[in-house]
Design a protein around this ligand. Structure first.
Ligand SMILES: Cc1cc2nc3c(=O)[nH]c(=O)nc-3n(C[C@H](O)[C@H](O)[C@H](O)COP(=O)(O)OP(=O)(O)OC[C@H]3O[C@@H](n4cnc5c(N)ncnc54)[C@H](O)[C@@H]3O)c2cc1C
Length: 238
């Protein structure tokens, strides 16, 4: 059966970084879908209905009335959206799908590995856990090139201040040595991930983003740390 398509206007465009924007897509009146934090929607421009692309929700299931997706200027669709999408445009939207879901149980620890724009669904994870005041621990390990590339930097720091169970760590891979950044430098390593683990059986690992990043995270977690496959969820963007 063909999936139901809903037309949604862009209510707001927020520039997160020069090459990254968040679109807020407004639900039509009476639209009240069931979906889960961590899922993605598939969208298309009405003039090219054959060219559809998936975007992880950067909002969470508690956010009602709209979806938010955060898009990097990458490839055909990413470039068209970041350069041209504006409030009032309309997109065709297929319903949320996917199984990249946070296990929001009290004793669990979610270690979320992100590179570049792969951080988008983790904003939804942390938003939901924080608003619901959950005991679930969430740690985001985020790899970016420089301090100018951190998406949702302020929001993640605000969430960490509000939620004692959430930690946000960034590593920068391409800073010049004289840069004043005092945080981590270099790629995500097995040792850095291992340092975050306090109760391995209750830890769930997540990795999201372009394939090389996710495959690198799988290498570290599954091979480097010897974690069983069932304890890792990945979302590969291609
Ligand atoms: C489940 C899912 C969720 C996704 N969520 C997001 C999201 O939240 N934000 C987002 O910006 N993109 C996301 N993407 C990628 C998005 O669907 C598009 O592929 C992207 O916007 C590029 O557009 P295109 O496919 O037309 O590019 P094309 O011109 O077909 O080129 C695609 C090329 O770009 C690479 N690529 C795709 N996306 C990225 C990226 N973000 N960073 C680096 N390289 C990339 C691919 O490896 C490929 O080589 C997601 C993809 C999937 C499958």
């Amino acid at each position: 059966m063909a999936k139901e398509i809903t037309e949604m206007p862009v209510e707001l465009v927020t520039t997160e970084l020069p090459d990254t924007k968040t679109l807020r897509l407004k639900w039509p009146d009476g639209h009240n879908p069931e979906f889960k934090t961590g899922q993605f929607i598939t969208i298309f421009w009405p003039d090219t209905p054959g060219y559809k692309r998936a975007y992880s929700l950067s909002s969470c299931a508690l956010d009602r009335g709209h979806y938010e997706v955060t898009i990097k200027r990458e490839g055909k669709m990413g470039t068209r959206i970041v350069d041209w999408a504006k409030a009032g445009d309309t997109f065709g939207v297929l319903p949320p799908a996917g199984k990249f879901l946070p296990v929001l149980e009290p004793e669990k620890h979610l270690i979320c590995i992100a590179g570049g724009s792969g951080v988008t669904p983790f904003r939804g994870f942390v938003r939901e856990a924080t608003r619901r005041e959950l005991a679930t621990k969430i740690t985001v390990l985020y790899s970016v090139r420089t301090t100018n590339d951190i998406i949702f930097n302020h929001e993640f720091h605000d969430l960490a201040a509000e939620n004692p169970n959430f930690s946000f760590y960034v590593t920068c891979t391409r800073l010049v040595p004289e840069d004043p950044w005092t945080g981590h430098r270099g790629r995500i390593t097995a040792d850095w991930v291992r340092e975050q683990v306090h109760d391995l059986p209750n830890t769930v690992f997540y990795a999201c983003g372009p394939n090389p990043l996710v495959e690198f995270a799988e290498e570290i977690v599954l091979k480097g740390l010897g974690v069983p496959k069932e304890q890792m969820k990945t979302e590969k963007w291609g």
